[in-house]
Design a binder for this molecule. Structure first.
Ligand code: TUI
Length: 308
């Protein structure tokens, strides 16, 4: 399945792994790239030395292209953005903000730039600023999200832009990928399905929560802080959601208790204090598999449907 995305990124399949903060490290990224997709290492709010080390380790594990995601709310985003240039990273995706100020320097360094956007307005601004493609991310996604759904957002972004569009949010199998292509996408970004991969290094408790999740087991918290995040339902995320709803938690108290909660989920598997960020499609993810099997199954399923 060759599209403008496989051509742009030099990969076999138009599948990009989500740049999940704290989750997406070199083992996962290299496995996805070796499977024919594009693996991403998440910059998150990591120290620069950590990200440099992850990029170098990834290069040792794969000679295929891989990328880095820059989370723009990170206090050291400027340094991480420069690191991508210094380390010869080939692909950069961005999230949680407008990467406009970095795009010229990245392009001059030959980096393919793919901002993740939650709206048509931001997508258009990114095209004008020189982005090579965008990821149109629906509210079904895990983590920090916008309001519009994948089904509504993707065709509107496709109609508004000339550059290729990658769909994200609620895609975990060949049916989802085929549907995204029907909406005009030329690639998909997949996060939640790769949480339940053998190579993903998250705490086993996190994987178990993903595998056990039902269709109704995701909840959005933090709308009133301006940073809504989709999580797996746990006692902790329900407490946050209730506190937000009944006013018993102020936005400041919310920010205080969630500080460090991604690490507590991913590294410690702490269900009492951790935020297990995860997409709404988790109910369909029921088995841990190697990334290669996941990618092959998605591709086979999508190709069969799209050939009909
Ligand atoms: O960025 C994501 N997903 C994320 S980032 C993250 S780490 C985090 N931790 C605590 C609070 C917030 C984030 C976990 N998950 N996806 C891409 C994405 N970007 N979704 C929404 C946006 C977005 C939102 C507003 C992009 C731009 C934007 O406004 C840009 C502007 O105009 O300033």
């Amino acid at each position: 399945m060759k599209t403008r995305i496989t051509e742009l990124l030099g990969c076999e399949y138009p599948i990009i792994q989500g740049g999940m903060a704290w989750v997406a490290e070199h083992t996962l990224a290299s496995a996805v790239s070796n499977a024919g997709g594009i693996g991403l290492i998440a910059g998150g709010s990591a120290p620069i030395d950590y990200l440099r080390d992850q990029i170098r380790k990834c290069k040792e594990k794969t000679d295929k292209p891989f990328g880095v995601n820059i989370m723009l709310m990170s206090p050291n985003a400027d340094d991480l953005a420069q690191l991508c240039i210094d380390e010869g990273v080939r692909v950069v995706t961005t999230g949680a903000g407008n990467p406009g100020k970095y795009i010229t320097a990245w392009k001059e360094a030959g980096i393919k730039v793919i901002p993740v956007v939650p709206s048509v307005a931001l997508a258009k601004r990114m095209e004008r600023a020189g982005a090579d493609a965008v990821v149109a991310e629906g509210t079904e996604s895990g983590g920090h999200i916008g309001e519009n759904t994948t089904m509504c957002l993707v065709p509107q972004v496709v109609d508004a832009l000339e550059i290729p569009v990658i769909a994200a949010g609620g895609i975990a199998d060949g049916r989802g990928m085929a549907a995204a292509f029907m909406l005009g996408a030329e690639g998909v970004q997949i996060g939640t399905r790769f949480l339940a991969s053998e190579e993903c290094q998250i705490h086993p408790t996190f994987k178990e929560l993903v595998i056990k999740a039902k269709d109704t087991d995701s909840v959005v918290t933090g709308r009133y802080t301006g940073h809504p995040c989709r999580n797996i339902k746990t006692k902790f995320s329900k407490k946050l959601a209730n506190g937000e709803k009944d006013g018993s938690l102020s936005p400041e108290e919310f920010e205080q208790i969630t500080l460090g909660s991604l690490r507590k989920a991913v590294v410690d598997g702490n269900v009492d204090e951790g935020s297990f960020l995860c997409g709404a499609i988790a109910g369909m993810v029921n088995e841990i598999k190697p990334c290669k099997e996941i990618v092959d199954e998605i591709m086979a399923g999508a190709e069969k449907l799209l050939a009909r």
